[in-house]
Design a protein around this ligand. Structure first.
Ligand code: DLL
Length: 437
């Protein structure tokens, strides 16, 4: 007999498609009215395209409205896009921008309640219950990861360990002593912890860990296999971005066949990032999100830059909310090497399948004689690193051949010593692009 699957909010997560769409329509209308009276940036955008929210009749009309981009948020830094007075804002976070000023986002009390609910949903979908001890190894601070997962875990009734990021030895000691059963961090940090355990001679299976909730950066299916095998856990993916809310926008259930999108709170479109046209259902493209219930920081057609595909068929778990595929990466991280588009996750997928490669790599992109070049620096195990020149050469040739077949463009492989690539506690930096600047 099948064990019944626990669903956090059955009424909202399993509703028929018609009722999801009906709800989306009434919520979009409300949001459009809110922003058109309260946010000058949207007032201007709507005036420019002669749009009146009162004329909005169907979800498909949304495609005629302008996008919101990171640039709009920069121009309105810090609070210009807020739709409520500061006295109604109870929390401020910001995005992990790598250049310029970060994006500032705000939440009302109701926004925090929605965020908590949506995180509780995906954590429950991943199998977390009130019996779990949740080890949160995201950095606490302006980053939305730690606080998002923290509130969601508490709502479920799990016991939260707010350990924050870094200090891997202490993390492992606490995991052992406090019997952490659910690990929350970036997949790359999960791997760092697995390495550290191995070095210390600790068998992860001797710990109480049983599930990992990984997110905040792209990671491949091979990386999942690596994490599951090495930590002895079920590894699930969850997605979000601060501009839209933080974690909780989408998350996998234990069937791991796409991340359930909280469609009752966000409306998703997939566009061609070049032509900016909405693509037909089932296409791969850039995810564009519109918030449906946010009060402090509503977003209309926000260009996430993340490349994915959405499936609308119901999932075996019973949830009807659409499922978003693991993102392949961001359009900004996509490398164009000799005209061929390559995502770091594609390279990761290949490397992880090569016997002897360690799961740590970095990509160096450069321009030599006006031609793009890609060097893949990858750690290999000691046997290969200290192998005879001839055998090592053979290994490199073989690996380069595998990469060229999958990527459709040649890349140079450079073997580096075990543990020589910088480890990250938060989001991993995979690409060093020497072509800029
Ligand atoms: O990373 C929110 C988050 C925290 C999500 C914890 C999941 C867990 P930002 O710092 O604003 O917010 O970065 C958002 O990170 O646009 C994606 O490019 C990337 N990203 C987030 N989750 C995933 C994921 C948080 N599961 C940006 N897979 C997004 C791939 C992800 N990329």
């Amino acid at each position: 007999m099948e064990t019944p699957i626990k669903i956090w909010n059955r009424a909202d997560e399993c509703q028929p498609r018609e009722s999801i769409e009906k709800l989306q329509l009434s919520r979009i209308k409300h949001t459009l009215e809110q922003v058109s009276t309260r946010v000058p940036c949207y007032q201007k955008k709507f005036q420019q395209c002669d749009f009146n929210p009162k004329d909005f009749t169907g979800l498909k009309d949304l495609r005629h409205l302008p996008f919101t981009t990171k640039e709009d948020l920069r121009l309105n830094y810090p609070y210009g896009m807020f739709a409520v007075p500061m006295r109604d804002v109870v929390r401020i976070h910001s995005s992990s921008g790598t250049t310029g000023k970060p994006t500032v986002v705000g939440y009302t009390r109701d926004d925090i309640a929605t965020w908590t609910e949506l995180v509780a949903r995906f954590m429950t979908a991943a199998g977390v219950t009130n019996e779990d001890i949740v080890h949160i190894a995201f950095g606490y601070g302006l980053f939305t990861g730690a606080f998002g997962l923290h509130y969601g875990s508490e709502a479920i009734g799990a016991s939260v360990i707010p350990i924050s990021g870094g200090n891997s030895d202490k993390q492992i000691m606490i995991m052992q002593d406090y019997r952490s059963s659910a690990l929350v961090c970036t997949p790359s940090y999960g791997l760092t912890l697995a390495d550290r355990m191995e070095k210390q001679g600790i068998d992860p299976k001797s710990l109480a860990l049983r599930v990992g909730l990984f997110g905040a950066e792209p990671w491949s299916e091979q990386m999942r296999v690596e994490l599951e095998q090495r930590l002895g856990i079920i590894a699930t993916d969850n997605y979000g971005l601060s501009e839209i809310m933080g974690p909780g926008v989408a998350g996998e259930c234990i069937h791991k066949c796409g991340m359930h999108l909280a469609e009752d709170h966000f409306y998703a479109e997939i566009i061609d990032p070049e032509t900016e046209e909405v693509l037909p259902q089932g296409s791969v493209g850039e995810l564009v999100l519109t918030s449906l219930t946010k009060q402090a920081f509503p977003m209309i057609r926000y260009r996430t830059r993340d490349i994915t595909r959405i499936h609308y068929e119901p999932c075996v778990c019973g949830r009807t909310l659409a499922r978003m595929e693991k993102t392949r990466g961001r359009t900004d991280d996509m490398l164009i090497i000799k005209g061929v588009n390559v995502f770091p996750t594609q390279i990761e997928e290949v490397l992880f399948q090569i016997e002897g490669c360690e799961p740590h790599y970095q990509l160096i992109v450069d321009r030599v004689n006006n031609l793009d070049s890609l060097e893949v620096q990858v750690e290999v195990n000691e046997r290969i690193f200290f192998d005879e020149m001839k055998q090592q050469r053979q290994f490199v040739v073989e690996a380069e051949k595998r990469l060229a077949t999958v990527l459709g463009v040649s890349a140079k492989i450079k073997l580096v010593e075990p543990s020589s690539i910088k480890r990250h506690e938060g989001k991993a930096v995979r690409v060093i692009d020497k072509r800029q600047g």
